[in-house]
Ligand binder design. Structure first.
Ligand code: FE2
Ligand code: FE2
Length: 165
């Protein structure tokens, strides 16, 4: 991922972006920085396959959820921040990102809020973001059921490892 690193290294040195790692369970199990990086990598690879701007996709991926829940007016009843695409876009604009990156960030919540992606790169980010959170959800659900099934079948039995000596 040499080029991916070149495209995103400066962003990952930003202390405020690193702070996203402290936002645990962004959707289900992974933190917000892990989620953003996964979306960025998937966007980058897809962009290269589809001849889109891989740099725009990589950067928009890292930045698309650059927000913190510290503004109550943005919370909906589920506690989700329904305006975070605006906050993330404003943060990206603040560090001088291109309009192409801003546009992709602004439409990454399409279907949940209004505003359809308008560029190839924006569509790629939209798809990558959804795949990443759905995958996280699917793994989390699988782990949940595995635990339930194990508890049901084996209860509190602890497996004894054979003694090596
Ligand atoms: Fe988001
Ligand atoms: Fe996201």
């Amino acid at each position: 991922m040499g080029r991916f690193d070149d495209y995103t290294a400066d962003l990952l040195r930003n202390a405020d972006i690193q702070r996203l790692a402290r936002r645990g369970a962004h959707h289900f199990s992974i933190n917000r920085l892990e989620h953003s990086l996964a979306a960025a990598k998937l966007s980058y690879v897809t962009a290269r396959l589809l001849n889109a701007d891989a740099r725009v996709c990589a950067r928009a991926g890292v930045l698309h959820d650059w927000f913190f829940e510290n503004r109550d007016e943005h919370q909906n009843r589920a506690g989700a921040n329904i305006h975070h695409y605006k906050i993330s876009a404003a943060n990206a604009r603040g560090i001088g990102e291109s309009e192409a990156v801003i546009q992709a960030i602004e439409t990454h919540m399409w279907l949940y809020v209004r505003g359809k992606p308008r560029t190839k790169e924006a569509w790629i980010l939209w798809m990558a973001d959804n795949i990443v959170w759905l995958t996280d959800g699917a793994w989390s659900l699988a782990r949940f059921f595995k635990k339930r099934v194990n508890n049901f079948m084996y209860g509190s039995m602890t497996r004894q490892e054979p003694n090596a000596s």
